[in-house]
Design a binder for this molecule. Sequence first.
Ligand code: HEM
Ligand code: HEM
Length: 135
Amino acid sequence: MGGWAYLHPALAGLTLVALAVALGMGFRLRDLRLRRRQRPEGGLRHQRWSRPAVTLVLVSFIAGLVTMGLARGSVLTTLHGWVAMIALVGFAASTLVGQAIASEKSERRALHGLLATLALLAALATALTGMELLP
Ligand code: HEM
Ligand code: HEM
């Protein structure tokens, strides 16, 4: 499969960096909220950055499945794959709450932040378990 095997790890690495930036923006909003300060643009910048970042998680996940299928003929046979699944579910849950806050249907900001932080930890565990799969 040659160089294609590196497409998914490279994309996923980039995704992790984008997620770390999203988390930093989120914590800044949290800090302002807890100190009862005005949040600039109501967190719009955080949303504009985070939606593509979360989309990248999904794209990375699919790229992992595709390269796995091409290279080994079977998918979801690895610890890495299942830890990735946990991260994906975590980001989906966090995103649902985040969208609800954004459209003023929910006030569960701390829950959104907690789910996102746990999902990012799972994504870091995904990266660690992915190392041993590298060619
Ligand atoms: C589709 C993706 C996302 C949407 C729509 C979204 C939306 C939001 C909104 C509306 C807020 C509240 C802003 C405010 O209080 O003014 C928020 C806060 C926050 N977000 Fe996100 N977010 C998303 C993804 C993420 C991701 C990927 C992370 C981290 C990896 C993250 C971490 C946080 C944190 C830590 C807070 C602060 C929570 C608090 O105030 O306690 N978000 N987000
Ligand atoms: C956002 C983080 C990541 C997600 C969501 C993710 C997801 C996946 C998934 C679903 C698979 C298929 C596994 C299976 O079917 O059992 C996979 C395969 C793989 N992943 Fe990841 N992964 C991530 C990060 C990484 C990182 C950082 C690396 C490199 C250090 C990596 C290296 C690999 C490798 C080498 C494979 C096997 C592909 C092949 O055999 O060609 N992954 N990944």
